[in-house]
Ligand binder design. Sequence first.
Ligand SMILES: Cc1cc2nc3c(=O)[nH]c(=O)nc-3n(C[C@H](O)[C@H](O)[C@H](O)COP(=O)(O)OP(=O)(O)OC[C@H]3O[C@@H](n4cnc5c(N)ncnc54)[C@H](O)[C@@H]3O)c2cc1C
Ligand code: FES
Length: 260
Amino acid sequence: MDLEWAEVVAHRQIASQEFILTLFAPKIVASAQAGQFVSLQISQQIQPLLRRPISIHDVEEDKGLLILYYHVVGVGTDLLSQYQVGEKLSVLGPLGHGFDLDITDSKVCLIGGGIGQAPLRMAARQLKEKNNQVMLIMGARNQDGLQALDYYHREQLELYLATEDGSLGTKGFVTEHMNDLAQLGVKRIYACGPKPMLRAVKATALAQNIPCQVSLEEKMACGVGVCLGCTCKSSDENTPYPKVCTHGPVFWAQEVNLDD
Ligand SMILES: Cc1cc2nc3c(=O)[nH]c(=O)nc-3n(C[C@H](O)[C@H](O)[C@H](O)COP(=O)(O)OP(=O)(O)OC[C@H]3O[C@@H](n4cnc5c(N)ncnc54)[C@H](O)[C@@H]3O)c2cc1C
Ligand code: FES
């Protein structure tokens, strides 16, 4: 884990409340793994006091670039959206446990809902580099939430889209596209999104007997395992209440209780 004053190299608004932020953070990038996150000190003022967790969307390791994809939802992300190229902010990371990408020459499916799409790009890229056939199912409320798909189009990955209002892709939820994953030859699922979506993904994975990893978006305070503010429930007797920030955010689906 490193703490860096990272310079904003690019900051692009891709939809009304969505941004792609590129930071120069070579130390963090050097050890970043797909599914991990960073913690941003957005303001030097009292508000917001706490750092904000944001997933690692992707990295360009040779250039030391850390790419983040975020939605503006409140005071912190609103302030973040005002950062200009050349300004610096304090970034702590990489944090948490990322995805297990130890799979090659297989078909894998990545499922992202809303801002849960954010940690999947780096995973998709690395899974493809390991000669896997990568299929993605991405969902959002409306087409504004599906504007960060350039990489997948460029790489011609198999992409299925769903929006709740039908403005892009199938009308409805990502679950519309999950019925035949085993029949399609999917050998592993990686998912991130709101809890109801993860519950549905877990049920599908269990029913179709496909190993599945889920990344949880629990609210966090310290982000480094100290405050106990981010615990979830697990079926592991040794760690019944794992901390999402340090034991996760990625878990094997069967290990975590997603019922509440
Ligand atoms: C491990 C992890 C990775 C994350 N990765 C990303 C990412 O890549 N991109 C991104 O846009 N967001 C991500 N988030 C969510 C992000 O941290 C929050 O949206 C952000 O902290 C909100 O800060 P704020 O000050 O703008 O909002 P606040 O003013 O603090 O809150 C505004 C609203 O957002 C809700 N909210 C705050 N945090 C969360 C959360 N974790 N989950 C659901 N609702 C929340 C609050 O309840 C409130 O309704 C991630 C969260 C975690 C835990
Ligand atoms: S956020 Fe403090 S322990 Fe996880």
